[in-house]
Design a protein around this ligand. Structure first.
Ligand code: SF4
Ligand code: SF4
Length: 388
């Protein structure tokens, strides 16, 4: 099992790593807040490595001990211990202190998180740390783990005694997993317009905050696939909070010449795999968020919604609706009812000439501007509004 990141390679830890493992596992400063370390003797470290190697021999290891390597040098380890019953797992890590402060730990842990969710199909990861361990607390936030409890008690088996313990976690829900199964693929029409959003890239995104105030900003649709559109937002931005709290976003884009797109969608957090894929597809993002700083962003999946394309290039104008993810297409505008007396007035007034004679008269929806001139002037009040 090999995991690769931008700078690191993670491979199974084994008995051949004795000296490099003991360098950090036996160091009291490095392992100051670790329950199972420090290793007092080389023999203790050897036993630990033998256990790790034994697990790697199994089809389904009870725990995975990854060696973190940089240019071939072994500099640390990341542990994933799955709980098969509940599809949960516990993360742990340690790094040779010569390599601290350079983002290697978070880069390695991110790869193991991706492995846990995507390959081992776990739903939740937890990690614990001593409440005094500020470096670990900062790292938890950096890799996207959220504080779940600060009430724990940490018991060391030696003179370190007891201390407070924090519990952090990161979850992926069933629907996030269903993204992997591609269970909500869109039809060809929706795909055409979603691809257009991606090609246009720059669009405005509207959200509503907890007080009902409307906000908009310019964003990029950074990735689309059969599941929908994907955006990113950094966790510090109001945009992030508003999408997370409301679960909704409204997108609008100008398509040259004289066409436009809009989409009202439901949105939820996507996984780290989607964020990494977005960075692959948009290399320029790496200049704005170099290295590990990318993980201050989260990817958002616009998983459901309906939209409309509007084309002003020709007379009459043309519009078309589309939807995906189980949402229904929405046809706003107007409809002529049986109360129509066939007086012909609306046909004369319509700027697009999109009203046809008949009993009753009929509005050709795809060419209607939705200007309202017909409904304002119908003497028989025979026209109704389809939108609120
Ligand atoms: S103006 Fe009203 S009554 Fe006259 S044709 Fe149009 S819909 Fe019918
Ligand atoms: S809303 Fe305007 S464009 Fe549409 S049918 Fe009525 S008059 Fe014509």
């Amino acid at each position: 099992m090999i995991l690769e990141t931008e700078r690191l390679v993670l491979r199974p830890l084994g008995v051949g790593d004795l000296e490099t493992t003991h360098t950090y596992a036996g160091d009291t400063e490095t392992t100051k807040y670790m329950i199972y370390f420090p290793s007092k003797t080389l023999a203790d470290t050897e036993r630990f490595l033998a256990d790790a190697a034994f697990e790697w021999e199994k089809d389904r290891p009870a725990f995975y001990e990854f060696a973190v390597t940089l240019d071939g040098a072994h500099i640390g380890g990341v542990t994933l211990k799955p709980d098969g019953q509940n599809r949960q797992g516990e993360l742990g890590w340690v790094l040779n202190r010569d390599y601290w402060g350079q983002g290697y730990a978070s880069e390695a842990i991110a790869a193991v998180i991706q492995f846990a969710f995507q390959k081992r199909k776990l739903k939740k990861l937890v990690a614990y740390c001593d409440s005094r361990n500020q470096a670990s607390i900062r790292l938890m936030g950096k890799i996207g783990l959220r504080l779940e409890s600060s009430e724990g008690v940490r018991r060391y088996a030696d003179a370190r005694g007891t201390s407070g313990e924090h519990r952090y976690s990161l979850s992926i829900d069933e629907e996030d997993l269903s993204m992997d199964r591609g269970g909500r693929e869109m039809d060809e029409k929706a795909k055409k317009y979603v691809d257009l959003f991606r090609r246009v890239k720059i669009c405005s995104a509207g959200t509503v905050d907890a007080q009902g105030k409307v906000h908009s900003r310019i964003i990029n649709v950074l990735m689309v696939d059969a599941r929908g559109m994907f955006l990113v937002a950094s966790r510090g931005k109001p945009f992030y909070k508003q999408m997370l709290e409301s679960g909704q976003v409204a997108l609008a884009a100008s398509v040259q010449p004289n066409q436009s797109l809009k989409f009202d969608g439901k949105v939820k957090l996507a996984g780290r795999a989607e964020l990494d894929e977005i960075f692959v597809q948009n290399p320029g993002l790496g200049e704005v968020y170099p290295g590990e700083t990318r993980y201050i962003l989260d990817a958002f999946w616009v998983y459901e919604g309906c939209g409309e394309w509007f084309d002003l290039r020709y007379h009459p104008i043309t519009r078309e609706t589309f939807a995906y993810g189980g949402a229904q297409e929405e046809h706003n505008g107007f409809e002529i009812t049986k109360g129509c007396t066939e007086c012909d007035l609306c046909r004369e007034l319509c700027p697009q000439g999109c009203i046809e004679k008949g009993s009753p008269y009929h509005i050709v929806w795809m060419h209607c501007l939705q200007c309202g001139r017909c409904i304002e002037n119908c003497p028989a009040d025979a026209i109704v509004r389809l939108h609120p």
